[in-house]
Each structure stands twice: as structure tokens, then as C-alpha cells.
Design a protein around this ligand. Structure first.
Ligand SMILES: *Cc1c(COP(=O)(O)O)cnc(C)c1O
Length: 437
């Protein structure tokens, strides 16, 4: 170990994070407000964030951490981007919530609908959970059917209908079915393996005229990154149409992540309803669901499907979202981020090979997951075969070297526009060392 590393190691054992986390455990459940933040599946101590800038987080002990979590994908521009910060501060001085419409809501909605022409109308909410929950209610309301088809290892937030065989924190904690979800409601959710059209066909033939919607992540990113195989999404589009069910594509992670628009546009499909979150709020709580006007007009006040929100379309959040989406239009924006992400993914594959570690790096755009798995990962059961203990060691080794990967084997690494080539080089060097341990 060289002196710089030992210094990092010593510093990372700072006491201030530990002291704050101890207090956090007294008053917050598990010391956190979202389970994966507790590092339960990777071990080690969660650090307390003091502030963030660009590609870095700074913890309460003054350690600089290269951040590949990026608020679970929300911070595509990196932390405290000057344009976003300026927009938020300007708005803060003009009022933070009105409970009445502002022009900014029109502007952010227009930025989304003009990037994605098959989405004509939007409703803003405050979290991805609300967006998917509301889209499902709308689908049930218009089809007058109750069943939902979803995929094992996909995550659509924490509302009752989505909590069986779910990805993200439930995968991390090994929670297959969640206590508190009434059995009668859970029975309405049918699961199929990702990338398995036959299984979906079978569910439809067992439940003719009963399925309101299929919901899918166009690139699964909550069981680690798992790509849709050719024909999978188009197949879902066909099956849903043929059976009078709606297709809900959950783009809470992928929306504006892979290009300036929806992942669907790259994959050649058009959903009936699409959900957004994360990036469209630029790190302030915003999410949305949208689709054709004829469908969206069933939502109150135009239609009977009720959905509302005190802070929905919040002006601070709208200002951050607008400032963020405007940056994404810059020529070459996505190419630059992807080039670095590709170097990261390729470099990680190389590092694993050189270290003789069986690994799969699933990647697309600025999303990547390093699975400690000898076989390709194309669905949730493959992902669960990966060596999660080994991932925990890797995570802790990287953190000691000042690199913050997702504190769970079932999440993506997010590369932001703030990450540099030098950051990627440093990450790959740290990965090579960590894999040798
Ligand atoms: C994060 C996420 C959600 C939930 O969003 P929250 O804002 O955390 O409620 C839903 N769907 C997908 C695909 C997500 O990645």
C-alpha cells in the first residue's frame, strides 16, 4: 500500500460520521430514511454526507468520495451544478410553494413532451412511487380491470401493488413479499421473469380480460443493470395491445438518462403510460406520469380517476428540473458521458479478467453493474446467483480508496457529466487493487 492510500484508510476511520450515525440510529429507523443507505448488505459503516460538489461527496470527517451513486441516478449533472443551484436560489427568493399553478410547470412539461412526442400530457407528482402508483390506478380505471403484470427484480417504488419479487432495497434485504400488503391486493400482482415473453403470454392466457397493465423497466436497473433482449419490449407492446391491457414503461431511472428523452425511443416502442422521476427533478423531488391526451384526460379534474398533491409541481423542484433538462440539450452531452461510462465498464471487465475474477459487467449508456457472477445475468434469478459477499468486500475496498459504489449488489453505478477521464482511471486502478485482495 502506498502512503496516499494508507492516509485515505486512516482518514476514512473518521469519528464524526460515526458519532452522527449513532445519533441517527436513535431517532431515525436504522439511522436512515431509505433502507439501502444503511449499508446492511455490504457491511461497513455508513458515512454522513456534509455536502456534494460535481462528482464528489464530502463526508462529515472531510473525506472526499468519488460518487457513483449520484442520488441513485438523479444527479446526471453531478452535485451542485451551478445552473441548477442558481435556478433553485432564484426561485427560493420568490416563494417555495403556492398550491396554484406556475408557468414553470408548463415549461417543464413542455420540455418533456417535446422530447418525447408520444407523450402529450403530463401530471407531476413528487416521487417515483407516486408516479407508478398513479399510472397503475389510471390503467385500472380506464380498463376496468384489476390485475397487474410486472417483472421479478424490477422496482417501481414502494406502493402496495409493486412490492412482490421486487428489486432495489427489497432485493438487497431479501424481502420477497412485504408484510402489510393485504393479501387480497398482493393477489392482483402477477410476476414474470424479465426477458421472458412466454411467461407473460401464459399469464395472459390464464387470466383472459383481467389484466389492466403490464409495467416494465425498459432497462432493468434495480436488480443491477439487466438489458432487455431484442424483441422483449416490442413483444410486451404486442401482447398488451392484443389483450386490451395498457403498457406502462417505468422510466424513473432511464428517462433522460440514455439520451434526451425516453429509453423507449431508442428501443422502438411507445408505451401507453410512461413514468419519470430522478433526473427530471435534478435532485429535488419531482416525478411524473404521462401519455396520450385521450388517456390522461381520465385523471381528475377532467376525469374520474383521482390523484392530487399538495406539493406537486413544486416551484423549487420545477426550477431544478427545468435547469437540468436544459443542460441535456447541449450538443454531445450524452456522447461525452457515455464515452466515460464505456471506459469504466470496459476497464472493469479487463480488471476482473486480469485478476481472474469471474464477473459480468452489464452496461448501457451511463449505467453499469459489476456482478460477481460467472454466467450472463439476464433476469432476477441470474442476478441472485451473483456472489453478494464478494460484492460487499469489493464495495468496502473501493470505499477505503475513496470511491463510493452502490451499497448493494443489486443497483447500478451511475456516471455523471461531472466525472472525468482521470476519475475513471483512478476508479479502474482502485478496482484492480480491490479485486486482488
Ligand atoms: C427509483 C425508482 C422508482 C421509485 O422512485 P422514488 O422516487 O424512489 O419513489 C420507481 N421506479 C424506478 C424504475 C426507480 O428506479
Amino acid at each position: 500500500m502506498n502512503p496516499a492510500q494508507s492516509q485515505i484508510k486512516r482518514k476514512r476511520e473518521g469519528t464524526r460520521s460515526r458519532e452522527i450515525f449513532k445519533r441517527a440510529e436513535q431517532v431515525l429507523v436504522g439511522g436512515v430514511n431509505s433502507p439501502v443507505r444503511a449499508f446492511r448488505s455490504v457491511g461497513g459503516e455508513p458515512f454522513i454526507v456534509d455536502h456534494g460538489r460535481g462528482q464528489f461527496l464530502y463526508d462529515a470527517d472531510g473525506n472526499e468520495l468519488l460518487d457513483y451513486v449520484c442520488s441513485w441516478g438523479a444527479m446526471l449533472l453531478g452535485h451542485a451544478h451551478p445552473a441548477v443551484t442558481a435556478a433553485i436560489s432564484r426561485q427560493a427568493e420568490r416563494g417555495t410553494s403556492f398550491g396554484a399553478t406556475t408557468e414553470m410547470e408548463v415549461e417543464l412539461a413542455t420540455l418533456i413532451t417535446s422530447a418525447i412526442p408520444f407523450i402529450e400530457k403530463i401530471r407531476f407528482v413528487s416521487s417515483g412511487t407516486e408516479a407508478t402508483m398513479s399510472a397503475l390506478r389510471l390503467a385500472r380505471g380506464v380498463t376496468k380491470r384489476d390485475l397487474l403484470v410486472k417483472f421479478e427484480g424490477n422496482y417501481h417504488g414502494h406502493s402496495d401493488s409493486f412490492l412482490s419479487q421486487s428489486g432495489s432495497g427489497l432485493a438487497t434485504l431479501g424481502i420477497a413479499e412485504c408484510p402489510g400488503v393485504p393479501e387480497a391486493l398482493a393477489a392482483l400482482t402477477l410476476n414474470a421473469p424479465y426477458n421472458d415473453l412466454n411467461a407473460v403470454e401464459q399469464l395472459f392466457s390464464h387470466h383472459p380480460d383481467k389484466v389492466a397493465a403490464i409495467i416494465v423497466e425498459p432497462v432493468a436497473a434495480n436488480m443491477g443493470v439487466v438489458l432487455p433482449e431484442p424483441g422483449f419490449l416490442a413483444g410486451l407492446r404486442d401482447i398488451s395491445r392484443k389483450n386490451g391491457a395498457l403498457l406502462i414503461v417505468d422510466e424513473v431511472i432511464t428517462g433522460f438518462r440514455l439520451h434526451n428523452g425516453a429509453a423507449q425511443q431508442l428501443m422502438g416502442i411507445e408505451a401507453d403510460l410512461t413514468t419519470f422521476g430522478k433526473i427530471i427533478g435534478g435532485g429535488v423531488p419531482v416525478a411524473a406520469y404521462g401519455g396520450r391526451a385521450e388517456l390522461m384526460n381520465n385523471v381528475a379534474p377532467l376525469g374520474p380517476v383521482y390523484q392530487a398533491g399538495t406539493l406537486a409541481g413544486n416551484p423549487l423542484a420545477m426550477s431544478a428540473g427545468i435547469a437540468t433538462l436544459k443542460q441535456l440539450c447541449a450538443p454531445g452531452f450524452y456522447e461525452a458521458v457515455e464515452k466515460r461510462a464505456r471506459r469504466l465498464a470496459d476497464g472493469l471487465r479487463d480488471a476482473a479478467e486480469k485478476a481472474g475474477v469471474p464477473a459480468q459487467v452489464n452496461a448501457i449508456g451511463s449505467l453499469a453493474t459489476f456482478f460477481f457472477a460467472p454466467q450472463p445475468v439476464r433476469n432476477y434469478s441470474d442476478a441472485k446467483k451473483s456472489d453478494t459477499k464478494r460484492y460487499g468486500e469489493f464495495f468496502r475496498n473501493m470505499l477505503e480508496r475513496g470511491i463510493f459504489l452502490a451499497p448493494s449488489p443489486y443497483e447500478a453505478a451511475f456516471v455523471s457529466a461531472a466525472h472525468t477521464d482521470a476519475d475513471i482511471d483512478r476508479t479502474l486502478a482502485a478496482a484492480s487493487e480491490s479485486l486482488k485482495n
